[in-house]
Design a protein around this ligand. Structure first.
Ligand code: HEC
Length: 156
């Protein structure tokens, strides 16, 4: 190949790959939050009145609320491990718990209670943390008590 051809090949093939990966930065609100909403919010939403027993309060499990950026950023799980450590998915409790074996007592979401994240979904959340866990201006869910109904079937 001539030098010009090589340069053309570089510009044509390599640069687009570099620029798409920059564009492909994971978008928290569009890509990550829906996964949290579907699999975690049922148990980790703000305190609210019980629909079945009026007057009774339902508290977020473990005291953890996943419906706003501030509490997600501040939360610490077992042994003080922060839920989200920007740039370090392996040190982030959210990634640790979903990767534990299903029958581990610290695996979340508990089996059969909410849909498990697929490998691709875990990879996406992992990438978001790797890229710096940028909430991109997202502050909170404006309907923090609602979550999608689950038909009980795990995704492939
Ligand atoms: C069916 C209810 C339920 C769902 C759904 C659920 N959790 Fe939890 N989670 C709990 C309970 C209960 C605790 C508190 C356990 C305790 O305090 O001993 C907890 C605690 C935690 C903790 C802190 C404990 C630790 O091991 O560090 C993390 C982290 C966590 N959940 C992550 C998640 C994530 C991530 C999701 C969604 C992918 C999720 N949970 C979905 C019930 C749930």
């Amino acid at each position: 190949m001539r030098k010009n051809t090589l340069i053309a090949a570089f510009v044509g093939l390599v640069l687009p790959v570099l620029s798409t990966s920059a564009q492909d930065k994971v978008d928290f609100q569009k890509q990550v939050y829906p996964l949290i909403k579907a699999s975690c919010v049922q148990c980790h939403r703000p305190e609210h009145e019980s629909p079945d027993r009026p007057g009774r309060k339902v508290k977020p499990k473990g005291g953890y609320v996943f419906t706003n950026a501030e509490s997600l950023s501040a939360a610490e799980g077992e042994e003080g491990v922060k839920f989200i450590v920007p740039g370090k998915p392996a040190d982030s409790r959210i990634i640790q718990v979903v990767n534990l074996p299903l029958d581990d007592e610290y695996h979340y979401p508990p089996e059969g209670k909410a849909p498990q994240w697929t490998k691709a979904e875990i990879a996406l959340v992992t990438k978001w943390i790797e890229e710096g866990a940028d909430f991109g201006g997202w502050k909170e869910d404006d309907k923090p008590l609602e979550y999608p109904e689950w038909d009980g079937k795990e995704k492939e």
